[in-house]
Design a protein around this ligand. Structure first.
Ligand SMILES: O=C(O)CCC(=O)C(=O)O
Ligand SMILES: [Fe+2]
Length: 360
């Protein structure tokens, strides 16, 4: 179990040297400054609707596959084919609680997700943050935030809290990309601006309520990370087409979804290819750009061969039921004091020898 740790704050706060020419999609000076000084920047109009439509379609396809799988296994009796992208998973979740977790655990990248992750405009922005050598980080998520569901409401945390100490040595920018307009009512993100400036990874505890999430208390944010909870909390209402860029030390959370619709989003991360990604040796990075070759062929197939959820949960996998396992457990649960047990942490106890994860 670890306590607070401190990084060299300059990796997270200092703008690296920039090239003279401006590339498509790149941030202006003020946005770039905000990313490093405040730990986030919100670009409201990054993608066109046409650019994001294939991603919506791919998500609908993932939902369809899952519905068929659950139906064929006799877990649900109605597939709700016509319910639409923003309602269907809610109806499936009602019949099979935890179905949304199964979707969250999707271990492979549909083509549209691959294209989004390696989108040239996005990589041009990442280049402004970390330079011309860029790799994708193994922790990417499709968030299925069904209405009023505890498992989809992510409490305050710094992303590095889910990783090992190596993650503190490297800037890992995230792009948070919603598939609809997000706002306070449907569970958008909040950030604590400037909470990354000390370079400190605060003390987190595990796990929040009935979830697999770690939790950073408001007291810790104020006392250790120097956040003023009255002045520094920014509600990021990212519209469809917008992107929220954050770093791996900025405290953030997502609010409850009080709407009737599913708040879909993707979060994608990058970092310098040659540095450890902090994912406990469970999965490597996927190389996306090098100094010599900005358009290299990305080997997503090899990357997809390792299912990070499978690796992280180490399920016994002897029976078919493993594919309907709605729990998530992983090494981050061992990193922090466990103050609350639930069905997800129970999964950790079951794993053969979780302590070896740290050595991997
Ligand atoms: O989308 C959410 O609800 C949480 C996202 C998050 O924590 C992240 O992108 O790092
Ligand atoms: Fe996060």
């Amino acid at each position: 179990m670890t306590n607070r740790e401190r990084a060299d704050p300059s990796i997270f706060t200092k703008i690296p040297p920039q090239s003279q020419e401006k590339k498509a999609g790149q941030l202006d000076e003020a946005q770039l400054k905000q990313f490093f000084e405040e730990g986030y920047t919100l670009v409201p109009d990054f993608f066109s609707r046409e650019e994001l439509q294939p991603v919506r379609d791919a998500v609908a396809d993932c939902v369809d596959r899952l519905a068929n799988k659950l139906y064929d296994a006799g877990k649900i009796t109605k597939k709700h084919q016509d319910a639409g992208l923003f309602k269907r998973m809610t109806l499936i979740e009602k019949q099979f609680p935890g179905a949304a977790v199964l979707l969250h655990k999707t271990g492979w990248l549909p083509q549209a997700f691959r294209d989004l992750w390696s989108d040239q405009k996005l990589l041009n922005v990442v280049e402004q943050f970390i330079g011309t050598e860029i790799a994708g980080h193994p922790v990417w998520n499709l968030r299925v935030k069904v209405p009023q569901n505890e498992e989809a409401t992510v409490p305050w945390h710094q992303d590095s809290a889910y990783l090992d100490s190596d993650a503190l040595k490297v800037l890992q920018p995230t792009a948070w990309i919603p598939l609809l307009d997000t706002n306070e009512h449907n569970g958008c993100m909040q950030v604590a601006k400037g909470g990354h400036r000390s370079g400190i990874l605060g003390k987190h505890v595990c796990c929040a309520g009935g979830t697999w999430y770690v939790d950073l208390t408001e007291e810790e944010m104020e006392k250790t990370l120097n956040v003023n909870m009255k002045e520094d909390i920014v509600t990021c209402e990212v519209p469809y087409g917008g992107v929220l860029f954050i770093n791996n030390l900025i405290p953030h959370r997502s609010l409850q979804n009080y709407s009737e619709d599913i708040r879909w989003s993707l979060d994608l991360r990058w970092q310098l290819p040659h540095l450890s990604n902090g994912f406990y040796g469970l999965k490597g990075n996927v190389l996306m750009r090098t100094k010599e070759d900005a358009n290299l062929v990305i080997d997503f197939d090899s990357f997809d061969k390792v299912d990070r959820h499978k690796e992280a949960c180490k399920p016994e996998d002897k029976d078919d039921e493993a594919e309907f396992d709605t729990t998530i457990a992983g090494p981050w649960m061992l990193r922090w004091e466990m103050v609350h047990q639930n069905r997800h942490t129970a999964k950790l106890q079951e794993a053969s020898d979780p302590t070896t994860w740290h050595k991997a």
